[in-house]
Design a protein around this ligand. Sequence first.
Ligand code: FAD
Length: 321
Amino acid sequence: MARKVLALAEIRDGSLRNVSFETIAAAKTIAQGGEVVSVLVGESVQSYANELLFHGADRVVVVEHTNLKHYTSDGYSQALMAVVDAEKPEGIVFGHTALGKDLSPKLAIKLNSGLVSDVVSVEEAGGNLIFTRPIYSGKAFEKKIVTDGMIFVTVRPNNIQPLERDESRSGEVKAISVDIKDLRTIVKEVVRKTAEGIDLSEAKVIVAGGRGVKSAEGFKPLQELAEVLGGAVGASRGACDAGYCDYSLQIGQTGKVVTPDLYIACGISGAIQHLAGMSNSKVIVAINKDPEANIFKVADYGIVGDLFEVVPLLTEEFKKL
Ligand code: FAD
């Protein structure tokens, strides 16, 4: 059954986040030959529309307003409700990002719709769309089908393969005018706490440190390795609690959930709460001097040794490639 499906794009620091292209790819599968409409919301965002078309959107709808300069759930839900009113979609896809996690339940309630959140794959089987999502902190997966009403899903970043970029793709770009008003919160300024760098939730490579790193200084070799691999640095809560790094780097049940292609855990014991945030990484390498450390149970490759010897050696070897 062909459907019209909306896919919300996200912009950060002046660029479209990769998840914008992943929502298009998921929407394509859900649309089953129907139409995929990318939605751009912000203050002055129309210039991003072509990139969404190149990544497979059939059309782009743009909502611009000064009150949409920064994300607020009130402002964005007014914008999205106007798009839903105009487009009458049968499906909506958001990223399972901070924005998507905040906005999707609010919108689902307004639309009297269900919501399948944190989806890692969408496939068609026997006439049904099957949505797979992790449960029990990533220890198991459940498969869901939507039997009735709107198909509303959020997709976990880094899991759905975007379509190949193709500049020959084109489509209509349409602006919708909405008066965004009565906001209960207004963001006056965004103050960045962490250093500039690759967004952890979208990083393809993460080098993460735990309490075994022993100090803020001890993170330096990890930063060097991450730099050589074009990746980001993450941390366990143990390392954050000890003051070695900022909580914005924390990965796990109460931190960020990440799915990089390569996760290198250095001096991390592998507590269940940490595994909840990283065990779905495609390849896991663990470096720990304790051969009994729990992290080795989820690792594809394990190195028993002192991270302060192993990490610089890896950096030197990767530099040669
Ligand atoms: P440790 O458990 O102390 O492990 C340090 C490891 O480093 C050890 O395995 C040791 O062998 C190794 N090591 C030491 N020196 C070296 C060296 N030189 N070379 C190599 N290896 C070395 N934790 C999270 O990470 N994320 C979360 O989101 C999170 N949420 C939580 C939520 C709740 C409600 C609770 C109760 C806990 C949560 N925790 C979380 C904490 C979690 O239970 C662990 O305490 C924490 O993950 C331990 O961090 P760690 O592995 O860095 O430290």
